[in-house]
Write a protein that binds this ligand. Structure first.
Ligand SMILES: Nc1ncnc2c1ncn2[C@@H]1O[C@H](COP(=O)(O)OP(=O)(O)OP(=O)(O)O)[C@@H](O)[C@H]1O
Ligand SMILES: [Mg+2]
Length: 336
């Protein structure tokens, strides 16, 4: 039986794992570890976490730029095989588009915007030779670069960082994708234009019913953009739930630490010193227990024994921390 398209998630990851083998080391780097999540149709999921936690690797696995070591990627209800090629790979690339952090590196400065945008339109047969100019102009205007005909004649070196990122977004939209993987799309931009780009992405999401994975270091950006937020630490999802709950009321001690590190000048609050104790574990040799245990202010012996499961702490809100294990909470709350 085929389910109606609306009820199938745009993206589903099941136990996705990526181990990079580096040189002759006996243990590879486990960059992504048993990640399971879904993104609904028209939903934005933000992925946050410190540098090296595995965020970009997840996006690259979804975009089929890496093959997973194990686990499954399902897009619009279709399982993506590891040996995707030919016409199937072309269709996949049309549906799933990536926007990278660096708008300077991702556009070839020698070509006009007309050329840059007409290529995906023609390759994916979204436009014909006759219609392509009008479609390039329409795309430019959709990302706020009007009149399109004037912008189409320009080259990337004539554009500011924000304008370039608009072109990168237009290029991603050219193939009429339904899933966008945006890897830190605003972090290379001036603070003053970050909000413009986030608003553009949100407008496009509304108009086109786009689903989006939005990767960011910035918790307030995640809160602004996303319906739900997933927090990563050493390749694991450690907290996932509605954006407002995860950012404003984080439950996992790691998310609480991330949040404490955000300065709030308007409240006269500087970033609190992040706990100095303990270190991030070695990704080539992860401990058997909670990876955050060495840094966690609430750590106890049981945290070192086994990787905690994900416990539900509120509607659609899950945390990987034994503090929320019902089997532990019950005896604790009954003790005098
Ligand atoms: N191609 C690769 N080969 C070997 N190791 C890799 C490769 N790509 C990523 N890694 C390692 O995997 C881990 C996760 O990297 P990743 O780029 O996914 O982190 P990230 O969360 O995106 O970090 P950042 O916030 O700095 O962008 C890191 O330890 C990184 O060094
Ligand atoms: Mg990254």
């Amino acid at each position: 039986m085929t389910l109606p398209r609306e009820s199938v998630p745009a993206l589903q990851l099941e136990n996705l794992t990526k181990v990079f083998q580096v040189g002759r080391a006996s243990h590879g780097i486990t960059a992504v570890n048993s990640v399971s999540l879904t993104i609904g149709r028209g939903e934005v999921l933000a992925l946050v976490g410190e540098s090296g936690s595995g965020k970009s690797t997840i996006a690259r696995l979804i975009a089929h730029l890496h093959n997973p070591t194990s686990g499954k990627v399902t897009i619009n209800g279709r399982l993506i095989p590891n040996d995707l090629r030919g016409a199937a790979l072309n269709t996949f690339r049309k549906d799933v588009q990536m926007i990278f952090q660096d708008p300077y590196g991702s556009l070839n400065g020698l070509n006009t915007l007309e050329y840059i945008l007409s290529r995906p339109l023609l390759i994916h047969k979204v436009a014909t030779r006759q219609s392509v100019h009008a479609q390039v102009c329409a795309l430019l205007e959709r990302v706020g670069l009007a009149p399109g005909a004037v912008w189409a004649a320009k080259k990337p070196h004539e554009l500011s960082g924000g304008q370039r990122q608009r072109v990168v977004i237009a290029r991603a939209l050219a193939t009429q994708p339904n899933l966008i993987l945006a890897d830190e799309p605003t972090s290379a931009l001036d603070v003053s234009i970050r909000l413009d780009i986030m608003n553009l992405l949100l407008d496009l999401k509304e108009q086109e019913q786009l689903s989006m994975l939005f990767i960011t270091h910035d918790l307030s950006g995640a809160r602004y953009m996303a319906d739900r937020v997933a927090v990563m630490y050493t390749g694991y999802i450690v907290e996932i739930g509605p954006a407002q709950q995860v950012i404003d009321h984080p439950q996992m001690p790691y998310t609480q630490l991330l949040r404490a590190a955000v300065p709030k000048p308007e409240e006269g609050r500087h970033a609190e010193a992040v706990e100095a104790r303990g270190e991030v574990p070695d990704l080539t040799n992860l401990p058997p227990g909670c990876p955050f245990e060495p840094r966690c202010p609430h750590a106890r012996a049981a945290c070192r024994e086994a990787l905690p499961g994900m416990y539900e702490v509120g509607p659609d809100h899950f945390v990987r921390c034994i503090l929320f294990d019902p089997a532990l909470i019950a005896p604790l709350s009954m003790s005098p």
